[in-house]
Design a protein around this ligand. Structure first.
Ligand SMILES: Cc1cc2nc3c(=O)[nH]c(=O)nc-3n(C[C@H](O)[C@H](O)[C@H](O)COP(=O)(O)O)c2cc1C
Length: 335
């Protein structure tokens, strides 16, 4: 499959692994890139720019394929040293950055001067258009169903993706709810140039997280996520658990008066407890509704190969058959 995304990033398959706190380490990024997708290291999981540089070097030892780094601009008072993280990315020789959170406008000159291709993750058409205007090379469009921060507009991908296709000139990947060949083919049909997956990649052999996390995703259905921090306008879709229920109770009790300090225990420092120690009730960790479509823990290569093979079959067989057999490419006609 050749799309504007495979061309832009020099990858074999139009599949991107979204940045994920405490999941997007070199091990997973290298596995995705080796399997023909775009693996992404999550910068802020590395406590300092120096540690990020080491993680980039570790990834390069494991793959000679292109990979990227995710830089998430957090809504925090004590901002991480973003300029220094960008310096570490440049010095590490990485030429693809996935930005997320706030607009990356302030850092575009530095990234562009270093020849970096920027894909910005956004949850609305207006933010995607802004990303295009400030010089991003691509966007990742995250629908309401996504794991993590879906924004505050609540527009699901069935609407958001064709709206993005109608408005954007730059390539974009569909993000949120993507799990298999059906997702990929549907995303392409809706106008995207590929897919970005988060939750699906957590439940793979190479994801460097506790087995409890993978099991929890496999066990979860599409009904098992919750939205937290909505009253703070920092909505996050997470897997339900005892800690998350506590947040929801506090949100209900405090109403409009709620402050981040009221739920700090359940939202801050939770990732190492969940991802490293496997404490599944510790609090809020991102997980998409797509958990309902995930029922195994394959290797990354098995997953990506399966998606690509099934997508060929889906397009060449099922869709062509619907149009009539004369439309079927000869090499994919079933006996
Ligand atoms: C465990 C987990 C952690 C995540 N952490 C981040 C993050 O640090 N930065 C970011 O930009 N996106 C983060 N995301 C969002 C993903 O990159 C991706 O956009 C999202 O998972 C797509 O939706 P899906 O889970 O339905 O595939 C995270 C997602 C998950 C599941």
């Amino acid at each position: 499959m050749k799309t504007r995304i495979t061309e832009l990033f020099g990858i074999r398959h139009p599949i991107v692994q979204g940045g994920m706190h405490f999941v997007g380490l070199a091990d997973l990024a290298a596995a995705v890139s080796n399997a023909g997708g775009l693996g992404v290291i999550t910068a802020l999981t590395q406590r300092t720019p120096e540690l990020l540089e080491k993680e980039i070097a570790r990834c390069r030892d494991m793959t000679d394929q292109p990979f990227g780094v995710n830089l998430t601009f957090l809504p925090t008072f004590s901002a991480p040293p973003y300029a220094e993280y960008i310096q570490a990315i440049v010095e590490g020789g990485v030429r693809i950055v996935e930005t997320a959170g706030r607009s990356p406008e302030e850092y575009m000159p530095a990234m562009k001067a270093a020849g970096i291709k920027v894909i910005h993750k956004c949850t609305s058409v207006r933010h995607a258009l802004k990303a295009e205007r400030i010089g991003c090379d691509a966007v990742s469009v995250d629908g309401f169903e996504c794991g993590g921060h879906p924004g505050e507009d609540d527009v699901p991908n069935m609407i958001l993706l064709p709206r993005a296709a109608d408005e954007l000139s730059i390539p974009f990947v569909a993000s949120g709810g993507m799990a298999d060949a059906r997702s990929l083919v549907a995303a392409l049909a809706l106008g995207a140039d590929g897919i970005n997956m988060g939750t699906r990649f957590v439940a793979t052999k190479e994801a460097p997280v506790h087995q409890n996390v993978k099991r929890a995703i496999v066990a979860a259905t599409e009904l098992d996520t919750r939205l937290v921090m909505r009253p703070l306008r920092n909505t996050e879709r997470v897997l339900k658990n005892a800690g998350v229920q506590k947040i929801l109770d506090i949100e209900r009790d405090k109403g409009e008066q709620i402050q981040i300090s009221d739920i700090l225990e359940q939202v801050a420092g939770v990732y190492p407890k969940v991802m490293v120690d496997g404490e599944m009730d510790a609090g809020a960790w991102s997980c998409g509704m797509v958990a309902g479509l995930i029922d195994d823990i394959p290797s990354v290569r098995e997953l990506i190969d399966r998606i690509m093979a099934d997508a060929s079959h889906l397009i060449g067989q099922r869709l062509c058959r619907i149009l009539g057999s004369e439309q079927m490419p000869e090499d994919s006609v079933a006996p």
